[in-house]
Design a binder for this molecule. Sequence first.
Ligand code: DGY
Length: 318
Amino acid sequence: MARVMIIGGDLPVDLTARLQVEHEVGYGTHADLRTGRHAGIASAEAMILIGQPAIDDEVLAKAPRLTVIALRAVGYDKVDLEACARRGVTVCNTPGVLSRAVADLTVMLVLGAVRNLRGAIDHVSDGWSRGAAKPALGADLRGKTIGLVGMGGIAREVAHSCAEGFGMQIAYTSRSGPVEDIDYPGPGWLPLTELLASSDIVSLHLPHTPDTDRLIGQAELSAMRPGSFLVNTSRGALVDESALVDALAQGQLAGAALDVLAQEPPDPNHPLLHLDNVLITPHIGSATAETRRSMAELAVQNVLQVLAGQTPATPVGP
Ligand code: DGY
């Protein structure tokens, strides 16, 4: 019997029961990982992480018996994979099962940005007064070009929805060059600078790594079409946020719709929260009941496999 700690939240009751058939389950918070005062963490052989706590060598040192960390998330940018490998800790994530939900949210943000949803909601909360100017007109999606930065599972779903559902043109960029089975109307594969200059909406779909940190900075924002929109449902750190604030305030960009920020939750005075052409959601890309259930199932499966000495379904590694 191993101790499995669920950190930062809870799992559906039946999944917890699945773990309890052979193991002891305990609960802790993100803060417990760092203080090391929680006895359950010191004796944990497995952890399921809910949310995005940072895992570094200091945290790992407080859990010397750990063999597996199962993220209930696809992104693993907050985990020091080398430190985990050094200490013999297997790290697993939940790829694939959340692609559709994150893509749906991306499409929602594309529509929200282009149809000025923020202006419409503000107008209603300001009293929907007949005297007040109506929110600015939006634009049709049909015929507009969406530029997808990255072409993994989520971007594929976005491309499909935008092309088939909304009659949009598709441009994309990916490090490996053109993808054979991506064949929608529009420019197709383009180098990043050309994609930025050719798109009415740019949507980011890359993980956060040292290579993608602040990928979209002042130069890239200036390369975007005047009056275009930026959408981000991947990681906030891909964008230089102060350059984005400038581009939005100066009208280079018509608007932005963001599910992620560099710091979450942000400082209440963060300028992006106070610009009226910015629509922000609180990192809810995967937040549907069905998707969160699938993510939890995969995390539990990974833990049970590692504890049984098997290869987990979805490991990540350096
Ligand atoms: C993840 O799982 O990494 C996503 O950010 C969830 O929205």
